[in-house]
Design a protein around this ligand. Structure first.
Ligand code: CDV
Length: 261
């Protein structure tokens, strides 16, 4: 019996450093309305979808760093997105920076959640393959400080039986490593949801934008083909605080073919 799930890959334009969460959530709600108008069951937003990609900024003051994190989900700013999803009966995937207290300690993760059509958070993923560095590096044309601001995710790569399928998640740099897809493939994954923020230009090397886009797509296409799964790769795009993000969002079939871009 065929099962159909209609998915919207909600690529975002840039989010500037001074944009408020409330403004961003309004944009997400507009995209969710569009997805609903096109009969989507599920809408996928990118990595760190509530703020600018803040790991490009070097910060020493932990209080300042923590302003980029969400302490609860939903919270006052994101509640409208959950309300709209419930009203429209549409699921969503959202990436954000998570600050949490576990075992009496503070932890910070680069996180994504999956919310079902009733507005309930049914799954969480915390990014495992953190790229970049933890100290300021003057040899780079820009910083990428994920290793400074986040811990390695501690939830593995589980899959979830929901919305009529077997869904899994990963985040950005995770997509470049075959084990990400394989661990989910061995659990029967049918659709991998992933958000990313990838600069159009490398910080260290003079790779061409073409080669960077090629690597972006080939990793997701091979993960899809080798594990016979759909992959929904959703980017941020455009000039974010004078740093250009490559975009290139795709929906990839289990054949490895890009069916929407
Ligand atoms: N946000 C990311 O994980 N970005 C990496 C960059 C640093 C290459 C990526 O794999 O796209």
């Amino acid at each position: 019996m065929s099962r159909i799930i209609t998915v919207g890959a909600a690529q975002l334009g840039p989010i500037q450093r001074n944009d408020s969460r409330a403004d961003v959530v309004e944009r997400l709600c507009e995209l969710m309305q569009k997805a609903h108008a096109r009969s989507c069951d599920l809408v996928v937003f990118p990595e760190l979808a509530l703020t600018t990609f803040f790991p490009r900024w070097y910060m020493e003051d932990q209080d300042e760093v923590d302003t980029w994190f969400e302490r609860t989900m939903p919270n006052n700013e994101t509640q409208p997105l959950f309300n709209l999803a419930t009203k429209l009966g549409i699921g969503f995937h959202l990436g954000y920076a998570e600050l949490t207290q576990e075992d009496n300690e503070t932890h910070r993760y680069n996180t994504a959640i999956l919310v079902d059509k009733t507005g309930e958070i049914i799954a969480k993923y915390r990014k495992v393959h953190l790229p970049g560095h933890s100290e300021y590096d003057s040899n780079l044309s820009y910083q990428h400080l994920e290793k400074r601001y986040f811990e390695v995710g501690n939830l593995g790569f589980p899959v979830h039986r929901t919305m009529g399928g077997i869904l899994g998640m990963c985040i950005c740099n995770d997509r470049r490593w075959p084990e990400t897809y394989r661990v989910m493939g061995l659990q029967g994954v049918e659709m991998v949801l992933l958000g990313y923020n990838t600069p159009a230009i490398g910080a260290r090397t003079a790779e061409s934008p073409h080669l960077r886009m090629f690597h972006n797509h080939i990793t997701m296409q091979s993960g899809a083909y080798q594990n016979s799964t759909w992959v929904i790769g959703v980017a941020k795009a455009g000039n974010e605080d004078d740093h250009v993000l490559m975009g290139g969002s795709v929906i990839i079939a289990p054949t490895g073919e890009i069916v929407a871009q």
